[in-house]
Ligand binder design. Structure first.
Ligand SMILES: NC(=O)c1ccc[n+]([C@@H]2O[C@H](COP(=O)([O-])OP(=O)(O)OC[C@H]3O[C@@H](n4cnc5c(N)ncnc54)[C@H](OP(=O)(O)O)[C@@H]3O)[C@@H](O)[C@H]2O)c1
Length: 433
């Protein structure tokens, strides 16, 4: 008996699109055996046909006309692997309006428009799948929706961007300068020619809104996320962090700080060197999740690349193939139900690492501790490093303190006799509020 065919319209044949085609071909027999169906890309859409012509199977119809593919009754499922906000937004909407399941790897469009997509999918009795949009090949979305469905998620801490993790690993292990490491990452293909979205923390912030929406079932927007990147980090801070027993990672943190009140932040964080996240090196991604039943668990793997991202997309396609009845899989649609508020950054609490330089006199150190004392900021660790004859570099780690208190204390410190400059401020640890 001939197997049922699922006919796929692929929008975009770049890194990710090629990965999808390759996995569907390479694992054709295995997928057919697992699903009882054959998954076939019948149509592919690009802007410039010449770029890919001759490289695809002749059975794939190559076109620049996305709308014709979206509306073609002979196409069952849409995979959006183009990227960018527009026209991806219009194409995803049109696919859903046609009642077709849509699979996307596009964190930007999903982060900005997920509520519209979920509503359209519900209206047209279909679904949107986005495993590939966060953490590349790591099955994060399905784990949160299904594997951990028995839990109320209390917090998650994610290394969500491979480029920045690669750079931080090199800074830590080789002590090279930020510029040198960035150039190396670009040469190796881990960083884009324009790495701004990664370095600034924006890429992690998009992913945080998606993960947060799934974990907490709330419609989290980019405006709900405080984000800060890694551009101001110094190799010196990586070295001092090591001396103090920490490793610096760019974390995306989603946390329920009080019932119905969330905090969403992306920032460099000093993690205790023994914590599992501290061991996630190079371009790898990981998410450390705390659920009220499972306790702590962590998923880690390749967060980008043609094959890992293709793996996540094909796993969504297999999910669709398993799901004969489109409403059988309602897992995405309830994602935006919960009312919630976001705790402003100024109210959140954390430990802080501070590096400053001051005149190398006893009085200067006393002045610093007295300013911190006035704000009732306790010091958990302090080190003094001599730079030149009369100036010392002081590195300290505070106890837990509210952001706004720390900001005011640092302003006051700048006005303290002997204090020359505050050189770095980095949040420390995971047990923040
Ligand atoms: N690369 C990764 O490792 C990775 C990982 C996770 C998620 N993602 C996401 O996956 C998506 C695709 O990334 P990618 O790295 O594969 O990008 P890419 O290599 O630049 O490929 C994009 C593809 O989409 C086509 N395309 C772009 N705009 C189009 C338009 N308006 N109409 C028709 N075709 C269009 C391009 O065609 P032309 O070449 O003819 O212009 C190209 O085939 C993005 O959302 C990205 O964020 C990527």
């Amino acid at each position: 008996m001939e197997q049922k065919k699922i006919r796929i319209g692929l929008l975009g044949v770049g890194n990710v699109g090629k990965g999808v085609l390759q996995i569907l071909e390479q694992n054709k027999a295995l997928i057919a055996e697992r699903t009882g169906k054959s998954l076939v890309v019948t149509h592919a859409v690009v802007r410039n046909i010449e770029k890919v012509q001759g490289r695809l199977s002749p059975a794939v119809m190559l076109t620049t006309d996305a709308l014709a593919v979206l509306r073609n009754p002979d196409v069952d499922v849409i995979v959006e692997a183009m990227g960018g906000e527009y026209p991806a937004f219009d194409y995803i909407c049109e696919g859903l309006r046609q009642g077709k399941p849509v699979v996307t790897a596009n964190k930007e469009v999903l982060s900005k428009h997920k509520a519209t997509f979920f509503a359209l999918a519900k209206e047209h009795r279909t679904n949107i799948y986005f495993e590939a949009s966060v953490g590349g090949g790591i099955p994060l979305i399905r784990t949160l929706k299904v594997g951990l469905a028995a839990n109320k998620i209390q917090a998650f801490y994610g290394i969500l961007n491979g480029t920045t993790n690669f750079i931080l690993t090199k800074l830590e292990e080789e002590g090279a300068s930020f510029e040198t490491v960035l150039k190396e990452a670009q040469a190796l293909g881990f960083a884009e020619a324009d790495p701004t979205m990664d370095i600034s923390g924006l890429d992690s912030a998009y992913k945080l809104t998606i993960l947060g929406s799934v974990a907490f079932k709330a419609n989290i927007q980019l405006a709900d996320v405080y984000y800060e990147g890694i551009a101001t980090l110094d190799a010196k801070d990586m070295a001092y962090a090591k001396e103090l027993g920490y490793v610096i990672k760019l974390l995306g943190i989603g946390r329920e700080v009080a019932p119905g009140q969330m905090s969403f932040k992306v920032h460099p964080t000093m993690i205790p060197a023994r914590h599992p996240l501290a061991h996630v090196r190079q371009e790898f991604n990981a998410v450390f999740i705390i659920g009220n039943a499972v306790g702590e668990s962590m998923l880690s793997g390749r967060g980008a690349g043609s094959s890992p991202t293709g793996s996540a997309i094909v796993s969504d396609l297999i999910d669709i193939a398993f799901d004969d009845h489109p409403l059988g899989n309602q897992r995405n649609l309830e994602a935006l139900e919960g009312p919630f508020s976001v705790m402003p950054l100024s109210e959140t609490t954390s430990q802080f690492y501070v590096r400053l330089h001051a005149l190398d006199t006893h009085g200067a150190l006393a002045g610093i501790t007295s300013v911190l004392g006035a704000y009732r900021i306790g010091i958990s660790k302090i080190m003094q490093k001599n730079i030149v004859a009369d100036e010392a570099e002081i590195v300290l780690v505070t106890h837990m303190v509210q952001e706004k208190e720390m900001t005011s204390a640092l302003q006051d410190l700048l006005g303290t006799p002997g204090v020359r400059e505050i050189d770095a401020k980095i949040r420390v640890g995971l047990d923040e509020g």
